[in-house]
Design a protein around this ligand. Structure first.
Ligand SMILES: C[S@@+](CC[C@H](N)C(=O)[O-])C[C@H]1O[C@@H](n2cnc3c(N)ncnc32)[C@H](O)[C@@H]1O
Length: 258
């Protein structure tokens, strides 16, 4: 499994390893996560998995998307036999050791690789079952290149799963006010932030996934009334569809055909 943009912890990947994913590769532009935080999170996750604890719900994380139909421990997928192997003490030790000394290229062996900064070409063609991101794809400027790279990594039948936030993230008063800013004004608004939002709407992602040769199988949009009028849209975004204008986030999943 590959995650793009894990940010300040590798928690998603550590949970994936405890769910019996063989190998997790984290790709980020900056190495934000540190060993101390990762080890603390890992130990907490191990305790939660051992206790078959329910998934934290939207009372605990009210802003987290997407909402799930059930927050019960997924005992049907993580059956006792699978968990016994995944949580074997020797395996937990191996993962702990990898957290403090992760591989820094995809070619090395071991359960964990953390590559930051990463460059296209780091992952072999047809070698990955799942490429996942959470609140990361609203940033990269070259989405076309990135989607074609991600689809190339997938094995036939492999899956892309991306939760994408289309909001202006507080940079404008209106949640979708970023689509009313000219490029010059946007650069001023974004100021000295390290990463600029790419401002691409939902339909761009769907189009680029399909162009890259994957088939969209899930598209769960969170809809929110637009807080700007069509007349306020800057020329670059004049052609935004009504659906784009009201999609504040989405979980998009796609499959590379066999
Ligand atoms: C808002 S943070 C989200 C972090 C984490 N996924 C979470 O949900 O808390 C966005 C992350 O995406 C990363 N990012 C931005 N552009 C990226 C790219 N081209 N490739 C990989 N990661 C990227 C940023 O460095 C940052 O870690």
């Amino acid at each position: 499994m590959v995650e793009l943009g894990p940010g300040d912890s590798l928690g998603i990947g550590l949970a994936a390893l405890l769910s019996s994913v063989e190998r997790y590769i984290a790709l980020d532009v900056v190495r934000y996560a540190n060993d101390t935080t990762n080890l603390r999170i890992f130990d907490e996750l191990v305790a939660l998995f051992k206790a078959r604890a329910p998934i934290p719900d939207n009372a605990e994380f009210p802003l987290l998307q997407p909402p799930l139909p059930s927050y019960a421990f997924p005992a049907d997928v993580l059956a006792p036999a699978r968990l016994e192997v995944a949580l074997h003490p020797n395996r937990l030790e191996l993962i702990r050791a990898a957290i403090t000394d992760p591989a820094i290229t995809a070619h090395e062996t071991g359960p964990l690789a953390y590559i930051a900064p990463w460059k296209p070409g780091v992952i072999e063609t047809g070698s990955v079952d799942l490429v996942l991101s959470q609140s990361a794809l609203e940033y990269p400027p070259d989405l076309a290149g990135l989607y074609s790279e991600m689809c190339r990594w997938l094995k036939p039948g492999g899956v892309l799963s991306h939760e994408i936030d289309f909001k202006s993230l507080g940079l404008t008063v209106e949640w979708n006010g970023h689509w009313s800013c000219s490029d010059a004004l946007w650069r001023l608004t974004a100021g000295r932030r390290r990463f600029e939002l790419n401002r691409e709407p939902h339909s761009t992602h769907i189009l680029l996934i399909e162009r890259a040769g994957c088939r969209v199988v899930c598209d769960e949009r969170i809809v929110r009334p637009s807080e700007i009028t069509r007349a306020q849209l800057t020329p670059r975004f004049r052609k935004l569809t009504d659906q784009d204008l009201t999609t504040s986030s989405a979980l998009i999943q796609a499959v590379r055909p066999a």
